[in-house]
Design a protein around this ligand. Structure first.
Ligand code: T3D
Length: 257
């Protein structure tokens, strides 16, 4: 049983809700442990084919719980012990992970959203690289993902000026996939997550793995990795189903393997 997150599986989608609304879902030690544990559960469960991370109350996540920071805290140690393994875990989960950003995403809360594969933004969400306001550098994968998502110049601007931006501004700079109205939030997030959960999961996992690796590979290496991945995808039952459905002029029914 979790204390700081709510975890449930519905219709092949694992829903992980950060649940410290009175602290804007800021990360205390317990929540760091439980997010990692819930993600492990979702990764292991073969019934789960997409994962949604969202927040309870009015925020997505306000980053590190600043009230639990002590004067002698070694942030390097904290990052190595909790945040870094979590970000690496998210990259290695071969299922799509969606950040359903219901409200403010600040500091490591924004890093968490950046480490997801898709970012759906509520129209009332906002984004702030809060680190600079407490004299810290962006962390938890922020310096890796942010420039790759929005480009170097915008990343520098967001990280150093630390200004809060709205959902629409976030969409304009490519930080989020889609902005969704409050009225249709639940329905559209669910539809997006369930659509992903009905797709060829094994192939999605391969795409995620090799796109991630492409940053550190040259053309020749990428070509070889594509050939390797395509051999695996070509042997999947979802590939066979996709071809059969095309020839029979019907919708494919993918099983995820
Ligand atoms: O290795 C390590 O562990 C270091 C890693 C660091 C990574 C980081 O994440 S550093 C950055 C940490 N986060 C921040 O600096 C954000 C701090 N919060 C804010 O700037 C603002 O709260 C927000 C912009 C997120 C939202 O503003 P607003 O006006 O909507 O809400 P508020 O009134 O400021 O906050 C509401 C409550 O949440 C308030 O509590 P109260 O006064 O009602 O009892 C506030 O103290 C609490 N809260 C918000 N953020 C945090 C927090 N409590 C603890 N930690 C927080 N990060």
């Amino acid at each position: 049983m979790y204390e700081t997150v709510v975890y449930e599986v519905k219709n092949r989608v694992a829903w992980l809700t950060l649940n410290r609304p009175e602290k804007l879902n800021a990360f205390n030690e317990q929540m760091k442990i439980e997010v990692k544990e819930a993600l492990k559960e979702a990764a292991k469960n073969t019934e789960v084919r997409s994962i949604v991370i969202t927040g309870a109350g009015r925020a997505f996540c306000a980053g590190q719980d600043l009230q639990s920071v002590k004067e002698d805290t070694d942030y390097g140690d904290l990052l190595r012990k909790y945040y870094n393994p979590m970000v690496q875990q998210m990259a290695s989960i071969e299922k799509p992970i969606i950040a359903a950003i219901n409200g403010t995403a600040a500091g490591a809360g924004l890093s968490l959203a950046l480490a997801c594969d898709f970012r759906l933004a509520s129209e009332k969400s906002s984004y702030i690289e809060a680190f600079i306001h407490v004299g810290l550098v962006p962390d938890s994968g922020n310096m890796y993902y942010l420039p790759r998502i929005v480009g170097h110049a915008k990343a520098l601007e967001l990280a150093i000026l630390g200004e809060k931006i709205s959902a629409n501004e976030a969409k304009n700079v490519g930080l989020v996939t889609q902005v969704i109205s409050v009225e249709s939030w639940d329905e559209e997030v669910t539809a997006f997550a369930e659509k992903l959960a009905s797709m060829p999961t094994k192939t999605i996992g391969l795409i995620k793995r090799y796109l991630n690796q492409s940053w550190d590979s040259n053309l020749q290496e990428v070509l070889e990795k594509e050939a390797y991945a395509q051999k695996i995808a070509g042997q999947s039952s979802d590939h066979k189903e996709g071809i059969a459905a095309f020839l029979e002029k019907r919708k494919p029914l993918f099983k995820g393997n």
